[in-house]
Design a protein around this ligand. Structure first.
Ligand SMILES: *Cc1c(COP(=O)(O)O)cnc(C)c1O
Length: 374
């Protein structure tokens, strides 16, 4: 081999896309602490604290609350493979990319996904959901995305879970982008199964997926007719490792250092306080919005349903999408997101997530956009 290799030194970027978001320096520092054994009693204590801090972040007393050792997509898969069996009907709401992934998960579990479709950039229509449940009284679950990162829409999770409860079916919620950024109350809203990610509003490194299951969901899992087809994501087996008590069975090796990192980011969230974190995300969104107005840039989503941590901006006519994003990256070290699916080429997605939700980032993004757009 003639090529010589050396250590990778990443450029210093400002991450204002759909995730990952900027990571807290304290979290990076926690990540670099010495690795210890994953069954070391000190690590087991840390796992218990992580569970408690996650219960706070999710606002739940659910005993089955823990991080899955893989990114948000694995949390999504964990929820579906444990709750959906062949022949089960699940109502899936789609108004962006991630609802489509829920549909695929249901189908791969052998279930039938009954789709409630809404336009991308619009919220899920509660009346349509009600109609779908009336037409399918045997539906086992209602699944929806709380914060649709592909469009910047915040769906009404509280109302959707209320409808699921009325029809006596489980509620399955994607909270990858909402956890830590928008009001979310797992117990008050009667959410049965929820998954999130670490790299969005928690400002932790990517690669972990916090999940939580209600007692009702656990009962459903316990009474399954078929074994969960995924060995790694079978919650029954995972619980033997993450469960309470001293008898921890080896299941897989936890990503020890990533758990240090998650613990640190949850500690920061707890110290700030959830309500403060939600209010900060909202405040910085308003500040970005008023700056975008001055630049003549429009948001795609109607005010009532806007997701503060992900702002979808319409690309003005005649402006080259790719060129603007690459100039922002190369000249300003600023990453913003491109549009996905039906919105590709039509929008930019500006993230204000976790520690990236700051006045400093808002100002930097606005001044960089102004310079590039001339
Ligand atoms: C980012 C995201 C995911 C997937 O998370 P990964 O960590 O990328 O696997 C799922 N759902 C939503 C709403 C997201 O924004």
């Amino acid at each position: 081999m003639s090529q010589s290799f050396s250590s990778f030194i990443p450029p210093t970027r400002v991450l204002m896309g759909p995730g990952p978001s900027d990571v807290y320096p304290q979290v990076l520092e926690a990540l670099s602490r010495p690795t210890i054994g994953h069954l070391d009693p000190k690590f087991v204590d840390l796992m218990d604290e992580v569970k408690q801090l996650l219960q706070y972040a999710f606002q739940t007393n659910n005993a089955l609350t823990m991080p899955i050792s893989a990114p948000g997509s694995a949390g999504m898969e964990a929820v579906f493979v444990n709750l959906v069996e062949p022949g089960d009907k699940v109502i899936v709401c789609q108004n962006g990319v991630f609802g489509g992934r829920m549909q695929q998960n249901v189908q791969r579990c052998g279930g039938q996904a009954i789709m409630v479709q809404d336009e991308w950039g619009k919220p899920t229509d509660l009346n349509k959901v009600r109609e779908a449940l009336q037409a399918n009284p045997d539906a086992k679950a209602l699944a929806f995305v709380h914060a649709e990162t592909s469009t910047g829409v915040l769906n009404d999770a509280k109302a959707l879970c209320q409808i699921a409860k009325e029809f006596d079916c489980l509620s399955i919620v994607d909270a990858v982008t909402s956890l830590g950024g928008s009001e979310l109350k797992v117990d008050d809203w009667h959410i049965d199964a929820i998954y999130s990610g670490t790299q969005k509003c928690l400002s932790c490194v990517p690669g972990l997926s916090p999940v939580s299951f209600s007692e009702k969901a656990i009962e459903v899992i316990k009474h399954r007719k078929h074994p969960v087809q995924s060995w790694f994501l079978d919650m029954d087996l995972v619980m033997g490792y993450w469960g309470k008590g001293t008898k921890r069975a080896y299941h897989h090796t936890a990503p020890v250092n990533s758990i240090y990192a998650l613990h640190e980011s949850l500690l920061i969230l707890q110290q700030e306080g959830l309500e403060h974190a939600w209010a900060r995300h909202h405040q910085n969104h308003l500040s970005l919005k008023s700056g975008l107005d001055k630049l003549g840039l429009e948001l795609v989503v109607e005010q009532k349903y806007r997701l503060p941590q992900l702002n979808t901006v319409r690309i003005p006519n005649g402006v080259d999408d790719g060129q603007v994003r690459s100039r922002l990256l190369n000249e300003f070290n600023l990453e913003i997101g491109a549009g996905l699916g039906t919105l590709a080429g039509k929008v930019w997605r500006i993230g204000l997530m976790g520690c990236g939700s700051s006045q400093k980032n808002v100002d930097y993004c606005l001044s960089s956009l102004e310079a590039v757009l001339g």
